[in-house]
Structure formats: structure tokens, C-alpha cells
Design a protein around this ligand. Structure first.
Ligand SMILES: [Zn+2]
Length: 305
């Protein structure tokens, strides 16, 4: 009997605070954690004077914070730097995105992990679904991706944009079954900016995204002959009042949840998974070798299951 083909789905939920996720216990994410592996780490950057961040927090980075002792990374804990680090497997001092302007991005030298997969193995089919238009427009998730859907959550409203992204991603996963897919959902961040992460509206946004995730999982589970690994992550947290950019633990704490849908790992811990590890993990699962010349900061969280 032939081995099932390894495939990877990465789902990003913007501004999702891990402590709120644990407290609110949405069913799909909770179940991925219970039968998968997960952990948190702190972003090795943040701007102390960032607006809307009243906590003095910590000065970063300090050894032994990742990536390397003494390496100073100047960046806000914003969405641009976070998603660019997830996309490229490198930190902001390399990919050049230190805020949401994307002005000095280095995506030619540090392309996203879907583009890397495609370049290394043209037979792989890649897809990205983004409700934050900037990620497509500036090339954080670049044009080499086979199927790229980019919506503008600001124009459509984030609830509508996320819904359309989830609908399209569900259909694409069901019908095409790409080898590697990235789906971005943004409403959690929008709500937290407006109302903070402790309100019923934030809980509702998280539960909506959780339900979308459940539909994506159902779509890939229904495909025969494929073994899917799902990674769920976020780009930064939020202060209690809502907002980010600064250096507090609430802003810098991020998480990675990993689950192989056809195996039960029993909720084992992942030791300080970093945003830059997400792409290398996906590439390793697809059998794409990581070239030291890429100068990535991330390493695979595991090479296989
Ligand atoms: Zn964000």
C-alpha cells in the first residue's frame, strides 16, 4: 500500500492571545491542542515607545532570548513583522519589515515558505488565502504561489473578508488539495484593537475563526491518500486595553499548535516554538531540504512525526 502523501496547512489568526485562547477554549483549536503538540515563545523584538502600549514591559532582546544572544532586532510587535517572520523563516532585521509599512522589505532575498517550496519542487501545489491585503500587495506571500486570493478586510469589513477567505479556502482544499496552503484570518486583531481581548466580541471573533478552521480540517480530512499536518499560529498578542507594538509579555507572547490529523500526539509540549520555525517545519514535512545559504533563523520543530 502506498504511503499517504504528506501535506501541510498553516492557519494564521491575527492578534490571538494564547491565554485568551486557553480561557475561551474554542472546540476545534482545543481539540487540535489535545491531540497535537503546542507551545509558546516570546517575539525577540518590540518597540518600547510604541503607541497604545502602556506596560513598560521588558527591554528586548536580552540573552538568552532567541535568536542569538546580543543580536538586537529593532521592530514593533506589529502584524507586518510578525507575518513576514512566519512567511520567511527569518526575523525582521533580515526580511526588513519592522512595522506595517513594509517599506524596506527583502522578500526577494527572503521569499515566503510557499514560494521556497514551489521553487525547490515545482511539482508541489501551493495556495494562500489572505484577508489582509498588505500581505499580498507587498509580497510577504508572493506571486510565485500557485493560487493566491487576496481580500481587503478594511474595505469589506474583517468579518466579511474572513468569511469569504474561509469559504474559498475550504472549497480549494476540498477540490484541489494543494500540498501546502496558508490561510490568514484577521478579525481577532481588529476586535482586540477596538475593544481589547477580554470582551465578548473577542470571544465571538475567536469562535467564528475556530469554526472556519473546523471546516478547513473537515475538507482535508475528507481527502483520501493524504496525511495532513496542520499548524496554527499568530503574529503577536495585545495589551489588555487592546493594541500592540511594544515589549510587554502580552504583546510578545505567540504560540504554535501542531497537529497531524491522522495521529494522536496527546497534547505534548513544543519547546518554545518561534514564528520563524513555522516555514522550516512545513518545508521539512514536505521533504524540501533547507539550504544554509538561505540564512533562515528558523529550524523545523520536527522533521517528521
Ligand atoms: Zn497582527
Amino acid at each position: 500500500m502506498p504511503l499517504n502523501k504528506n501535506k501541510v496547512l498553516v492557519v494564521g489568526m491575527d492578534g490571538l492571545r494564547f491565554d485568551r485562547l486557553v480561557a475561551l477554549a474554542p472546540p476545534v483549536l482545543s481539540s487540535l491542542m489535545a491531540s497535537g503538540a503546542y507551545g509558546t515563545s516570546k517575539l525577540p523584538y518590540g518597540e518600547a515607545a510604541a503607541p497604545r502600549t502602556e506596560s513598560p514591559g521588558e527591554v528586548v532582546p536580552k540573552a538568552p532570548e532567541p535568536p542569538a544572544a546580543g543580536r538586537v532586532i529593532r521592530s514593533r510587535t506589529d502584524s507586518g513583522p510578525g507575518w513576514s517572520s512566519i512567511a520567511t523563516g527569518a526575523w525582521p532585521d533580515k526580511h526588513g519589515v519592522v512595522d506595517n509599512s513594509f517599506t524596506s522589505h527583502q522578500f526577494t532575498k527572503f521569499p515566503d515558505f510557499l514560494s521556497r517550496a514551489k521553487n525547490a519542487r515545482p511539482d508541489l501545489v501551493t495556495a494562500a488565502f489572505l484577508s489582509w491585503a498588505a500581505l499580498g500587495e507587498h509580497g510577504a506571500f508572493g506571486p510565485a504561489i500557485d493560487h493566491r486570493m487576496v481580500l481587503d478586510g478594511y474595505a469589506l469589513t474583517w468579518t466579511a473578508a474572513d468569511r469569504q477567505i474561509a469559504d474559498a479556502a475550504e472549497r480549494h482544499l476540498a477540490e484541489t488539495g494543494p500540498d501546502l496552503a496558508f490561510v490568514y484570518l484577521g478579525d481577532t486583531d481588529e476586535v482586540a484593537h477596538a475593544l481589547g481581548p477580554h470582551c465578548p466580541e473577542y470571544a465571538a471573533a475567536l469562535h467564528a475563526q475556530d469554526a472556519y478552521l473546523g471546516r478547513l480540517l473537515d475538507a482535508v480530512r475528507a481527502r483520501p491518500g493524504e496525511s495532513w499536518t496542520v499548524l496554527v499560529t499568530t503574529d503577536h498578542g495585545h495589551v489588555d486595553e487592546g493594541g500592540h507594538g511594544g515589549t510587554s509579555a502580552e504583546e510578545r507572547t505567540v504560540f504554535v499548535i501542531a497537529n497531524r490529523l491522522d495521529a494522536d500526539l496527546g497534547g505534548r509540549p513544543l519547546a518554545e516554538p518561534r514564528l520563524v520555525d513555522v516555514g522550516p517545519t512545513a518545508l521539512a514535512l514536505l521533504g524540501v531540504p533547507l539550504d544554509p545559504a538561505w540564512e533562515l533563523d528558523g529550524t523545523p520543530l520536527f522533521n517528521s512525526w
